[in-house]
Design a protein around this ligand. Sequence first.
Ligand SMILES: Nc1ncnc2c1ncn2[C@@H]1O[C@H](COP(=O)(O)OP(=O)(O)O)[C@@H](O)[C@H]1O
Ligand SMILES: [Mg+2]
Length: 249
Amino acid sequence: MQLKVDNLTVLYDRAMVLNKVGLVVEEGEMVSLVGPNGAGKTTLLRAVAGLVKWEKESLKGTVGGKITLKGEVEFGRENISRLRAHEIVRRGLVLCPERGRPFREMNVRENLEVGAHLCTDKGAIEESLQKVFQLFPVLEKRQNQISGTISGGERTMLAIGRCLMAQAKFLLIDEPSVGLAPLVKEHLFDRIKDVHGMGITILLTEQDISFAFDLATRHYVLSQGQMMAQGSAEELLADEVVRQSYLGL
Ligand SMILES: Nc1ncnc2c1ncn2[C@@H]1O[C@H](COP(=O)(O)OP(=O)(O)O)[C@@H](O)[C@H]1O
Ligand SMILES: [Mg+2]
């Protein structure tokens, strides 16, 4: 299903974090959103996943930070911008957070099962679990290990596995390569390719430009909450301004 973000604006108090941002990801594509730390990448993914509104409610009266969210998000031609986070997950659009964020005190298998909490069919859950183990054999090996003790790369794979357990059709992956050693990055790169090969559409954010450019076929460049450019790696690299000002090359 197609994802379409239109005029997305997010303000934290009076700080503009996203300024009328738009993007489109067609079904079957793998697209990246690149930009430096603080550009607004995580905020964009969280807003799409319905988590910024959720935060707005939860912050009311506690921290006092006022969050303003404007714009439209469509998934499969349906306007999902006013849906709750779990309703968005149920449609197959699932966020894989930065550094995986597992429930640290639960073991790997339990973390994966949490991903399937919207599913009541035990047989189907077991089937998804076997699929995830096939894709990430290391998770099967570590299934009884407490998640707080697995490595960074394994945490990211666990998070992707958890999304697959939720029957994701479209993955939003936030900075998969952050903090990983080169060999681990390479391994994860191949696994993300595998996930895409299973027919899952992917929008991922990255600070590592070469990781993003090698993996995805089309890219959006975000800087200080503004969408500065988009295109293939060749197109973006051919643009001197984009190269120097936004890609830091
Ligand atoms: N909950 C929040 N409250 C206030 N400011 C926030 C919050 N989350 C993020 N920000 C600010 O929004 C900007 C964009 O952050 P973020 O979306 O995390 O960027 P990125 O993922 O590209 O590093 C940053 O300046 C950050 O400090
Ligand atoms: Mg981020």
